[in-house]
Ligand binder design. Structure first.
Ligand SMILES: *[C@@H]1O[C@H](CO)[C@@H](O)[C@H](O)[C@H]1NC(C)=O
Length: 306
């Protein structure tokens, strides 16, 4: 009774064990690939890699196999603030993004070389960096400013060539930013400002020249006027002086005649001294202000005592 029961339990355990083993075996022979995944079966026991890739779904393989999985769609690689030296040796900061995809028909070769997707991606990044540096060094600073389209095209061609060697396709390349150093930008801006200032000065020149010419002409005219005025005033002064001189001569002529008559009628001798004394007295008597004058006495005496 107890022996038969023990045997049943033993058989039961064996059966359960066998079932569990079968389940485990089936489980280890079944692997799933998700959407957007592609994989290569790798037999971890035999250490062998299948030749062709498998797409999404549940797949049966040798017990203990696993998938080496790659994306089956394009994935983005982006570089932001990548610094490279251009042809002029100027530091350029680049923002670049593109998409890559491993070629499914070359998956075995890729995995043989690079082990898995993580390692492959590291290689893709470094080859991408090298391609950007290479292209950057072919362009000078002004070309990077004015020929962005050509730069992007050159990056695309270089990347495609380099990635083809790694069995990767490239698409949708975008060069989002090409930045020159801020000091360079500043220099360019101040050069631009200086150019504008020069242009303004150049435009101002005719106006300023006209203004200066006008001022010069006005000054010349003013000078002419001043000279003419001075000449006319001089003429007036000369005329007036001439008139006064004439008047004085006229007056002295009259005085001398009067004196002559006086001397003639009184029988006095006609001397120059006598005449000057006479004139002196006349001048003093007609002067408005006090007059201080030195006259020789004898002449005066000869006049005072006739
Ligand atoms: C940049 O390269 C272009 C084309 O080769 C050339 O015409 C230009 O003079 C270069 N500019 C400078 C600043 O070297």
């Amino acid at each position: 009774m107890s022996e038969g029961k023990g045997l049943k339990i033993f058989i039961g355990v064996i059966v359960i064990g066998i079932i569990a083993a079968i389940v485990a075996l089936v489980a280890s022979s079944l692997k799933r690939l998700d959407t957007y995944e592609v994989g290569l079966k790798y037999d971890t026991i035999a250490r062998s890699l299948e030749d062709s890739a498998t797409n999404e779904g549940l797949h049966l393989g040798p017990p203990g196999f696993e998938f080496i999985i790659f994306p089956s769609v394009y994935k983005t690689i982006s570089f932001s603030n990548l610094i490279c030296l251009n042809k002029d040796g100027v530091e350029i900061t680049l923002d670049v993004a593109y998409q890559y995809q491993a070629q499914a028909n070359h998956l075995k070769s890729i995995i043989t070389q690079f082990k898995d997707h993580d390692t492959y991606l590291i290689v893709l990044y470094s080859v991408g960096t090298a391609s950007l540096h290479e292209t950057c060094s072919l362009f000078n600073t002004s070309q990077l400013q004015s020929e962005r389209g050509l730069f992007q095209e050159t990056v695309r061609v270089t990347l495609q060539e380099r990635y083809a060697e790694l069995h990767a396709d490239v698409t949708d390349l975008q060069v989002n930013n090409i930045a020159r150093p801020s000091t360079y930008e500043e220099a360019v801006r101040s050069k631009e400002a200086a150019r504008e200032n020069i242009e303004v000065a150049r435009n101002e020149r005719p106006r300023l020249e006209t203004q200066a010419t006008t001022q010069k002409r006005e000054a010349e005219t003013q000078a002419d006027i001043t000279v003419a005025l001075a000449e006319s005033q001089a003429r007036i002064i000369i005329n007036r002086a001439n008139v006064e001189a004439d008047a004085i001569i006229d007056q002295y002529t009259k005085e001398s005649e009067t004196y002559k008559n006086l001397v003639g009628s009184s029988g006095l001798s006609l001397t120059a001294d006598g005449f000057l004394s006479y004139i002196g007295v006349r001048a003093i008597s007609s002067a408005k202000n006090p007059v201080y004058i030195g006259l020789r006495s004898p002449a005066k005496t000869s006049y005072v005592t006739p």
